[in-house]
Ligand binder design. Structure first.
Ligand SMILES: *Cc1c(COP(=O)(O)O)cnc(C)c1O
Length: 377
């Protein structure tokens, strides 16, 4: 290891250079005019018109600092969720919150636990804080509570669980999350990343509000990027015990949410009808797409989110890579999953009716032999 004092330029801490930079979903197809971007789990409905209006109004006061306490947004979230605003903290996207939680609770030598196909940010924030990521195998593309608990050591400080998980779309029922929590030492933080909670329509699912209310070591993160359609503005929030929110408030940037983002998010969370329309659209197309792809011979991992994991047949030449190239030629962009250790799968965000039908249509041609052309031509 090089001593930082003997070289002629600054050297980042070792963990920092171990980070593989996050690669976002591609945003363009190869060369066609129209394209459907289904690579980042963005909503096809866009944001609420009320959120857009609030954003425009905020644009006429750009000389003013935003409200660093985010009081109005926290009140609006608290009202919508029936929780205490003093237990909410807002972040510049939930990625910002994941970073803050990690910086507050781990240091060099500490471990965080997450699962094999868990969200990529957990590794990045762990390494950035000088910690050691411990990655646990999944069972049937689902987090395995017993395997997670078996990996806990005295060095474990945080367990990250995306529920539902991205990119698999699978979820753990409330009973399993509670079993996980009950098995963790009381000093270990359980992060419930519920970025897709609004989409889940299952009686045995709980995003984390109840569990946070009953414990001292659980924090739930949420986002305005997905169902609310405000990914461009970077607004997320977390709900946790007051002592944790207090710790995070000490390390966050004092103005970590911009004013137009605050205004738009506050309007968005109040627009219940728009939220319901977005959830209904998803509930309609999720089963339709699952069935259509299954009929084509593509194995779809059962999803409760706004995206599908498409597993291409093994050993057939009809690989995820060939499918991706084929779709790009058609102007359809899905997400490649090599960084998630799922090299023969693609993730498709549920899009507009037009995008969904176009994707099924293109993959039908691919599966009937078009893949050969894409692979060789
Ligand atoms: C999209 C996503 C987020 C949200 O990220 P933002 O920074 O709020 O845009 C968080 N967790 C998971 C698992 C996600 O897929």
């Amino acid at each position: 290891m090089t001593d930082g004092n003997t070289v002629n330029r600054p050297v980042a801490r070792p963990g920092v250079m171990a980070i593989a930079p996050y690669v976002p979903g591609k945003s363009k197809g190869s060369r066609v005019r129209t394209y459907h971007k289904l690579s980042s789990n963005e909503t096809p409905l866009g944001p609420s018109p009320k959120a857009v209006e609030a954003y425009k109004t905020a644009a006429s006061h750009l000389e003013l600092y935003p409200d660093g306490s985010t009081a109005e947004l926290r009140e609006a979230i608290a009202g919508a969720m029936g929780i205490n605003p003093a237990q909410i903290i807002c972040g510049n996207g939930s990625d910002d919150l994941l970073g803050m939680i990690t910086h507050a609770y781990i240091g060099e030598g500490d471990e965080t636990i997450f699962t094999e196909h868990g969200f990529l940010m957990y590794r990045i924030v762990t390494l950035a804080a000088g910690g050691t990521p411990v990655v646990i195998p999944e069972t049937d593309k689902k987090a395995d509570v017993d395997a997670i608990l078996a990996a806990v050591t005295p060095r474990t400080k945080i367990v990250f669980l995306a529920n539902p998980n991205n990119p698999t779309g699978t979820y753990l029922p409330q009973s399993e999350v509670r079993r996980l929590h009950a098995g963790l030492p009381k000093n270990v933080v359980l992060v419930l990343d519920a970025a897709y909670a609004e989409y889940v329509r299952r009686n045995d699912y709980e995003a984390g509000i109840e569990l946070v209310g009953q414990s001292e070591n659980v924090i739930m993160t949420r986002t305005f990027s997905k169902v609310h359609g405000l990914a461009a503005l970077r607004v997320g929030w977390a709900y946790g015990p007051e002592h944790m929110i207090d710790a995070l408030n000490r390390i966050r940037g004092p103005f970590n949410i911009n004013a137009p983002g605050l205004a738009a998010a506050t309007a968005a969370i109040k627009d219940r009808a728009f939220l319901e329309a977005a959830v209904d659209h998803n509930a309609k197309w999720l089963p339709w797409l699952t069935e259509a792809f299954t009929e084509l011979g593509i194995e779809v991992t059962p999803s409760v989110g706004n995206f599908l994991l498409l597993n291409f047949p093994e050993g057939s030449g009809l690989t995820a890579e060939a499918a991706d190239l084929f779709l790009l030629e058609e102007g359809i962009v899905l997400r490649r999953l090599e960084p998630y250790n799922l090299p023969n799968a693609l993730r498709m965000s549920i899009g507009s009716e037009e995008a969904n039908r176009a994707t099924v249509d293109a993959l039908a041609r691919f599966m009937k032999g078009g893949g050969e052309q894409a692979a060789h031509g």
